[in-house]
Design a protein around this ligand. Structure first.
Ligand code: MAN
Length: 503
C-alpha cells in the first residue's frame, strides 16, 4: 500500500519537478525527446526517465536517486537531498536521513525529508523565528564584543607604546651613563698615573730626605756643643758672682778706695738688673722638637703630592728647608708655619682615586641593571601577543571557574592552575590558541600542558575543559580577543535549532 503511494507520488512529482533536486539543477533531469535519461557522471548508461527516483539505484554516482535513499551514502561519494524550506533557508540533507522516520527540522524545517509518510509538518515559520532571534542576538553580541576588543586593542597599543618609551628612556640613560663612565674611567687613569709618578717622585726625594736627616744630626751635635759650652760659661759667671757677692758683703766701707767702691756699685746695679734665674732646661727636651721636625719633614716629603694635577704648586727647595730649620731653632723650636705647603698630604689624591673607583662601580652597577631591564623589555617586544599585540591588554588578568571537581585559574600571560596544581606557564599564542607548557609533572607521565582555544564573546569566561590525553588539557575560553567581524553566512553556520521549543 505504502509503495503504491510512493510510486504515485513520484509519478506526480516527475511530471512537475524531480524531488530532492534544487530548482537550479532541475534541468539536469530533463529527459531526451525519446524519453530517455543518462546518468550524470556516466552518460553511457542510458535509463528511461521513469527510472529516476524509482527507489532503485541504477547509476554508480547515485544521480538517478536524488530523492530516495536507494543509493548508498559514502564519504567519497556522498548523496544529498534538497529541502526547499520555503520561507527560510534551503538546505541539503544526507540521503540516508530521507524517509527514515525522523523529522530533521534542524536541516529540513519544511519536513520534506519525510515526504513519504508526510508525518513532519512544515515548521519553517518557527525555525525562522528562532534563527532570526539567534542571528540578531549574535550580531549584537559580536558588536558588543568587538567594542570591548577595540578597547583592548587601544589598551594594548598604549601598553606597547609605554614599553617602547621605557626602552627609549633607558637607552638614553644608558648612553648618558656610558659617556659619564668613560669620563670617570679616564679620570681614574689620570689619577692613577699621577699616583704612580707621585710614588716615583717620592723615591727621587729620598736622597734629599737622607741629606736632611744627616743635617738634623749634625745640627743636634753642634747644638749640644754650644749648649755644653754655654753651661760651662754660666757656671764661671755664677762663680764670679759669688766672689763679687762676698766682696760686697765683706769690704770695709770706711776704707776710702774708689776702685773698690765703684766695683761694689756696678755689681749691685748688675744684680738688681739681673732677670730671675732661668730654669735649667734639659738638653733632651730642647733637642726633641728638632728630632720631631726632622722626622716629620722627612715623612711629609715622602707624602707630598707632586703629580701634575696636584694642588701643590710650590716645591720646597733645599735652601728654604735649611732656612726653615734655622727659623725653627731660633724661634724656640715652635711648630712649623712657614712651610705649610707641606701640609698637603698625598691622602687627598688617594681619597680621590677611591672616590672615583666607587663612582665607577656604582655607575657600572646602574648601567648593568638598566641593560638587563632593556633586554627584558626587548625580549618582551619579540613575543607573539597576537594581532596588534592584543594580549598586552590582558596582562595580569585572571579567569577563574569551577568546572567539575576542580577550580581552574587561567592567567593570560601567566599560568593555568587546576586547584593548586600548575597546569602550565604561558608560552605563546598562535592561530587563536593560547599555549601553556612546563606544568607540574603528571604522576608517571609528562609535564602538564594545555591548549586554550578561544571563541568570541563579550567577556572572558572559561567554557569547558577536557583532558584528551593524560595531563594534556584543552580549554575553551570565551573572550573578546577572539572576535572578528562575521558574515551572516558565518553566523548562520553557527545556528542550532532548539527542537524542544518547537510546538
Ligand atoms: C590529577 C589531575 C588530573 C590528572 C591526574 C593524573 O588528579 O591533575 O587532571 O589526570 O592528576 O594523575
Amino acid at each position: 500500500m505504502k509503495s503504491l503511494w510512493l510510486i504515485s507520488t513520484l509519478v506526480v512529482l516527475a511530471t512537475a519537478e524531480i524531488i530532492g533536486v534544487a530548482p537550479e539543477n532541475q534541468y539536469l533531469y530533463k529527459p531526451a525527446e525519446d524519453g530517455t535519461w543518462r546518468c550524470l557522471s556516466d552518460p553511457n548508461i542510458v535509463l528511461s526517465a521513469d527510472q529516476i527516483n524509482d527507489n532503485f539505484c541504477d547509476c554508480p554516482d547515485g544521480s538517478d536517486e536524488p530523492g530516495t535513499n536507494a543509493c548508498e551514502f559514502t564519504d567519497d561519494l556522498p548523496k544529498w537531498f534538497y529541502c526547499a524550506n520555503e520561507g527560510h533557508i534551503p538546505k541539503y540533507i544526507e540521503n540516508y536521513k530521507v524517509n527514515d522516520g525522523v523529522c530533521d527540522y534542524d536541516i529540513c524545517c519544511d519536513g520534506s525529508d519525510e515526504y513519504a509518510s508526510g508525518k513532519c509538518e512544515n515548521k519553517c515559520g518557527e525555525v525562522k523565528n528562532q534563527y532570526d532571534e539567534f542571528v540578531s542576538a549574535k550580531e549584537k553580541a559580536i558588536e558588543t564584543a568587538l567594542g570591548v576588543k577595540n578597547e583592548l586593542v587601544e589598551k594594548a597599543t598604549e601598553a606597547k607604546l609605554a614599553l617602547v618609551g621605557q626602552i627609549g628612556k633607558l637607552k638614553e640613560k644608558l648612553s648618558v651613563d656610558g659617556s659619564e663612565l668613560e669620563k670617570l674611567i679616564l679620570d681614574l687613569q689620570t689619577a692613577e698615573e699621577a699616583d704612580e709618578s707621585d710614588e716615583s717622585s717620592e723615591s727621587s726625594w729620598q736622597p734629599l730626605v737622607d741629606e736632611l736627616n744627616g743635617f738634623v744630626e749634625t745640627a743636634e751635635n753642634k747644638f749640644s756643643e754650644v749648649y755644653e759650652n754655654s753651661k760651662e760659661n754660666l757656671k764661671k759667671v755664677s762663680q764670679l758672682e759669688e766672689m763679687l757677692s762676698a766682696l760686697v758683703k765683706n769690704y770695709n766701707p770706711n776704707f776710702n778706695d774708689p776702685s773698690v767702691k765703684q766695683c761694689v756699685k756696678f755689681f749691685e746695679e748688675y744684680m738688681s738688673n739681673k732677670k730671675e734665674e732661668e730654669k735649667s732646661v734639659d738638653l733632651g727636651q730642647i733637642l726633641q722638637p728638632i728630632r720631631n721636625f726632622g722626622s716629620e719633614l722627612a715623612s711629609k716629603l715622602g707624602a707630598i703630592d707632586l703629580s701634575p694635577n696636584s694642588a701643590v704648586s710650590i716645591i720646597p727647595t733645599f735652601g728654604n728647608m735649611v732656612h726653615y730649620y734655622y727659623e725653627q731653632m731660633i724661634s724656640g723650636f715652635k711648630p712649623a708655619e712657614t712651610l705649610n705647603v707641606l701640609e698637603k698630604p698625598r691622602k687627598v689624591s688617594l681619597k680621590a682615586v677611591g672616590k672615583l673607583r666607587e663612582s665607577i662601580e656604582s655607575l657600572q652597577k646602574k648601567i648593568n641593571s638598566n641593560k638587563a631591564e632593556v633586554s627584558i623589555y626587548e625580549e618582551n617586544m619579540q613575543k607573539s601577543y597576537g594581532a596588534r599585540d592584543i594580549l598586552r591588554a590582558v596582562e595580569g588578568e585572571w579567569v577563574t571557574k569551577q568546572i567539575g571537581e576542580y577550580t581552574y585559574k587561567l592567567g593570560f600571560l601567566d599560568a593555568i592552575y587546576q586547584d593548586n596544581t600548575l597546569v602550565g606557564r604561558f608560552s605563546g599564542y598562535d592561530e587563536g590558541a593560547l599555549r601553556y607548557t612546563e606544568g607540574s609533572r603528571c604522576w608517571n607521565g609528562p609535564l602538564r600542558s594545555a591548549i586554550v582555544e578561544t571563541v568570541c564573546g563579550p567577556k572572558h569566561d572559561l567554557l569547558s575543559v577536557s583532558e584528551p590525553e593524560k595531563c594534556q588539557y584543552k580549554f575553551v575560553l570565551e573572550t573578546p580577543i577572539a572576535c572578528t567581524e562575521m558574515s551572516t553566512e558565518e553566523i548562520a553556520a553557527q545556528f542550532q535549532i532548539d527542537v524542544s521549543k518547537l510546538r
